[in-house]
Write a protein that binds this ligand. Sequence first.
Ligand code: F3S
Length: 431
Amino acid sequence: MLLTDSDKAMLDGAEGPATAAAMDLLVRYGRALDAERLCDVRNVAGTMTQPSPVKARLVREGGWDKAYAVINLDSDEDLRIPAMRVPTCQLQQSFGPDSEGIAPYPKEMIELQSDAESFYGRKGVNILATCTPYQVGNIPVRGEHVAWMESSAVVYANSVLGARTNCEGTASTGAASLTGRIPCWGNHHAANRRGTHLIEARTPVDGPLEWGMLGYFAGGLVQDERPVVTGELRQPDLLDLKHFGAAAASSGGVEIYHLPGITPEAPTTQAAFGNGTGAGAAPPEAVPYGERERRGVYEDLNSQGERADVDFVLLGCPHASLDQVRETAHLLEGRRLHSGTQLWLMVPRALRTTADRNGWTGTIERAGARVLTDSCPAMSRSAPPGTRVFATDSAKQAHYLPAILGIEAWFGTLQDCISAAVTGRWKGELR
Ligand code: F3S
């Protein structure tokens, strides 16, 4: 692999042993991927603060420096971790102190995470603590190479913002933060970003439920390849695309999709199948997404639901936008949750402050629901005690949570979910 003089100097220890270990990891990683070189990144979204029993042991043995060396740099050396070299943010983590008494989560893990926040905050990690950094000011620009984790964030960065990232891991982002470099392969190259499949919506796609179902269909069809989607698509907004991408990255491993006219590098369908240099290519035969496919997806997402009694409603996956918080408050205004049902709405902490000031948090809490930050039931493996059946408006949570927590799932609109929260019964149906 071709290394620059600066890469070689870092590898040789010019910037200290921790940076040398980080460069060593990137070189090993890059060679395994057959990357020809590394590229510059000035935006890393990774995970440092998420607590775990292994991390607790490492911290006992050698402090947070040791934990970072082993988990974020794959090194057994005794390293002192310097300040992050490039802007770095913490993605979602586990529930924090303000969830105590609401989300069952071990106190020692909450304390470990608070400790981690202090350490990494001092090192320059921005503790955004959300799976949607693009909702709270971390918005890379078109063509920018970044190193992000979290499948729903990666697909948004590539497809909506036109930034370039692979779905990185804990160690590669840990090394990128200290070096400002990442192996240049996969989605960093224009030629690897072109579409592979054409999907034509032959039924109207409008609103987050429909976009989520279309994304779920697209991911199931293409797996880890790259769908180009055309047809009866109403102009999507951030919420629609958040749900579309998260769903496509759940039923499959989609890291980039193209919506001609919306995805920055795909002004047309031909361009979406081109090589990214402006040359177009003929699209393959279209796979239809019609009423039959739409119903099939809805049935799939509701195949884990049997009992109509709903104990728990989960909203905000990926973490909610302010519009979603406002809409939830509007639907709960003057109502009370059913006595046997809880509702959690997950939001980025930075947006919660605004929701508090607007009075939306108060409205939601007066109804008996909770607005929580930093995490989600899937990340923290935590739901209200005794939950057997949950309902959600997120295809991603409906896909993952039954397997993670062994509970039943219902999937529907925000209105269906609020109705379940106040009546305790699932009555959703596809219209
Ligand atoms: Fe975010 Fe958790 Fe969903 S991390 S994307 S709310 S599974």
